[in-house]
Design a protein around this ligand. Structure first.
Ligand SMILES: [Fe+2]
Ligand SMILES: [Fe+2]
Length: 200
């Protein structure tokens, strides 16, 4: 089956995806603010880092809509309302939503795009679906650590990094205050969870 993009369900799915990414970006920015208020700066960083990636997804989808520039397109969709009191609930909601995007939304959109004769759009949905899976994993990992009270405690000695200044320390728990930049413990994270860090 091959249809014109103009008349396709894929066009509407791309707009649904753009709306979903835009909302996810905002939700993560709000959750980052809550994490900051709670002194959980590492989780603030996780939400901000992921929010920026959602923005990149939104842009990739939006650009596919170039042929529709100037139009108003009606879509329906369901979008989560995640207004919770605790950072843990936000991490769990984010984990759930990311897995939902990966397993259901984008996988379905990729299938429809393929059926309608848009292999490149289908490929993009599949690629971003895979990213959302890693987002779900990341939120889940931090939710587990927080839930088990292990975010700043390790059973065995490990290396921690202060996300503010890069100070490294090997210990079962990072210091209450970073000895270099005096930022609080909330900035510390296990070094293997730091993006861009070289293995050594
Ligand atoms: Fe995304
Ligand atoms: Fe995501």
């Amino acid at each position: 089956m091959s249809v014109l993009f103009e008349n396709s369900e894929t066009k509407r799915n791309v707009l649904r995806a753009f709306a979903g990414e835009s909302q996810a970006r905002n939700r993560y920015t709000f959750a980052a603010g809550l994490a900051k208020k709670n002194g959980l700066h590492v989780i603030e960083a996780v939400f901000t880092f992921t929010a920026d990636q959602e923005r990149a997804h939104a842009k990739a989808y939006y650009e596919l809509l170039k042929p529709c520039s100037g139009e108003n397109i009606a879509i329906d969709g369901t979008y989560p309302v995640d207004l919770y009191e605790t950072v843990l609930e936000h991490l769990r909601a984010a984990q759930h939503n990311e897995y939902q995007e990966w397993e259901h939304d984008y996988t379905g959109f990729a299938h429809t795009a393929k059926e309608e004769g848009f292999p490149e759009v289908s490929h993009l949905f599949s690629q971003i679906a895979r990213i959302e899976q890693t987002h779900g994993d990341r939120f889940g990992q931090f939710a587990d650590l927080l839930e088990q009270n292990k975010l700043f405690i390790s059973e065995t000695e490990c290396q921690w990094m202060c996300l503010n200044c890069g100070y490294l320390v090997t210990a079962t728990r990072p210091p209450e205050l970073c000895p270099v930049c005096k930022h609080p413990q909330g900035f510390f994270v296990r070094v293997e969870m730091v993006p861009f860090q070289m293995k050594r």
